[in-house]
Design a protein around this ligand. Structure first.
Ligand code: G6P
Length: 481
């Protein structure tokens, strides 16, 4: 039994070698994330080539996701690299202070409008909320605070405003350069950090196009103001091909207790709007150093799967951790456990909705049949762009969807869709009356189905054309003409 939930694994120093990339794929990774916050363009280009090479060797389809750094707001540096903050002491963030002159009382920041954008009473969360400061007063260049939660604070740590609202534009100059690298690599997914609105996604798409690229866009949902207003969130989802529940910054801004409900809402809504969703951050955090996950982590991953996420993501666990392949393996194991639950296989999704498109209606009819007709073991979707496979995968099910496509781009893209496996298949190279039989044969040859099993095929009248899926056919393996 293969897992349905996809695993996004971040590559980094711990997983740069060919052997480790291969071991992550063997353990169950489907998508590799290149983090543009670290490394040079040439590193990313080399990594992408390595991934593609290995995927080819292993005869599998792996998507590459490039993750832009975005406008993460940070403190500057300390003369002695770090300080210790005591509860109740005064601490000032000063935009005029030299970037390496921080001390126990004050530190600089490159975010020059900070003192204009916060006010007395606001709470600043530093280093993912480990340090908390209450704003007492502001002036033209300084934010004067009182330490609420103290501890060690070191160079360049992030700053978040509790409740959100810092207005830095989503795409920085560095991001714009990285988009060019992304276009050069021909990545499959580009993740935009801290989008404030759908506009930011449109802009990223345009910049990518200007750089000669084209790929699926991922909106990282990590600003409080984008989840507090459901209209903004819907627009961002619709402007994107996928979204990421980026729990790190989002959790700091809205508070982890709120994050639980917000995660469920984002996953639900994204699927409802026919988009793909990734759940990220600290999913197997303890495995950075430990050989096994905690029970709480297992439940966190399982919970996201029961919520309906397409993919779960690993960050430092695979980029810099001690046990990258073991972590993917442990995560894959949790996927299988959670996917066995009834909740993961039954769907009320769209039960009250009118469909607008013929191909969408065919996909829904296919899933209803697959989930209700005894003996269905597989769904074959002949697809050009992957869109039929996307619709199919929005419905919860235990039946695997095989996306048969002649487009390499499509085969890689569907690597992120829950329950979908890519198979290279070109119907345009075949006589029309052979297509069904040979498509089923592809599955039988791989041992996915056997004589007597039922398979549902979706396709359209014209082969090799985008859109136009207008038929589903139920066939019995061994009796297909
Ligand atoms: C392939 C099949 C067609 C089908 C089309 C759907 O080209 O040969 O029969 O209609 O895919 O592609 P889509 O991108 O809309 O899923």
């Amino acid at each position: 039994m293969k897992k349905r939930t996809k695993i996004v694994a971040t590559l980094g120093p711990a997983t740069d070698s060919r052997e480790s990339i291969k071991s992550l794929i063997d353990a169950g990774a489907n998508v590799f994330r290149l983090n543009f916050s670290h490394g040079e363009a040439s590193d990313h280009i080399a990594r992408a080539e390595r991934i593609r090479d290995i995927a080819r060797e292993l005869d599998t389809y792996i998507a590459i996701l490039g993750d832009l750094q975005g406008p993460k707001i940070r403190i500057a540096r300390f003369a002695n690299d770090k300080i210790e903050l005591d509860v109740n002491q005064t601490f000032t963030i000063d935009i005029k202070l030299q970037s390496d002159a921080g001390n126990k009382n004050t530190v600089g920041t490159s975010y020059k409008s900070l003192s204009q954008e916060v006010k007395a009473g606001d709470q600043l969360m530093l280093d993912d909320g480990r340090i908390q400061l209450k704003v007492i007063d502001t002036n033209a260049s300084q934010v004067i605070t009182k330490v609420i939660v103290g501890g060690e604070l070191s160079n360049n740590k992030g700053i978040n405003l509790r409740g959100g609202g810092l207005s830095a534009p989503a795409l920085t100059d560095k991001d714009k350069e990285d988009i060019k690298t992304a276009a050069k690599i021909g990545i499959d997914y580009l993740a935009v950090s801290f989008p404030r609105s759908a506009e930011d996604i449109h802009q990223a798409r345009q910049l990518l196009k200007d750089a000669g690229g084209e790929c699926a866009l991922v909106a990282k949902i990590e600003r409080a103001e984008t989840v507090n207003d459901h209209t903004i969130l819907d627009k961002i989802i619709l402007a994107s091909d996928a979204v990421m529940v980026a729990r790190g910054d989002l959790g700091v801004e809205i508070g982890d207790a709120q994050l639980i409900g917000v995660q469920k809402h984002i996953i639900d809504r994204t699927r409802e709007l026919n988009r793909v969703v990734i759940t990220a951050t600290q999913m197997m955090e303890s495995m950075i150093h430990n050989p096994i996950p905690t029970r709480a982590e297992i439940f966190d991953v399982a919970n996201a799967i029961l919520d309906g996420t397409d993919a779960v993501m690993l960050s430092a666990e695979t980029a810099t951790g001690d046990n990258p392949a073991r972590t993917v393996e442990a995560m894959a194991n949790v996927c299988l456990g959670a996917e066995g639950q009834k909740l993961a296989k039954t769907s009320n999704h769209r039960i009250d909705i009118k469909f607008e498109l013929i191909d969408e209606a065919i996909a829904m009819a296919t899933m209803y049949t697959a989930n209700h007709l005894k003996g269905v073991k597989a769904i074959i979707s002949l697809t050009e762009s992957g869109s039929t496979a996307l619709w199919l995968s929005r419905i919860r099910s235990g039946i695997p969807v095989y996306a048969l496509s002649r487009s390499i781009k499509t085969l890689r893209k569907v690597a992120l869709y829950r329950g979908v496996e890519a198979i290279n298949f070109d119907p345009t190279a075949l006589a029309r009356h052979d297509v069904n039989r040979l498509a089923v044969e592809e599955l039988r040859a791989r041992g996915y189905v056997k004589d007597g099993d039922l398979v549902i095929i979706t396709k359209g009248d014209s082969m090799g054309a985008l859109g136009g899926t207008n038929a589903m056919k139920v066939v019995r393996v061994g009796e297909v003409n």
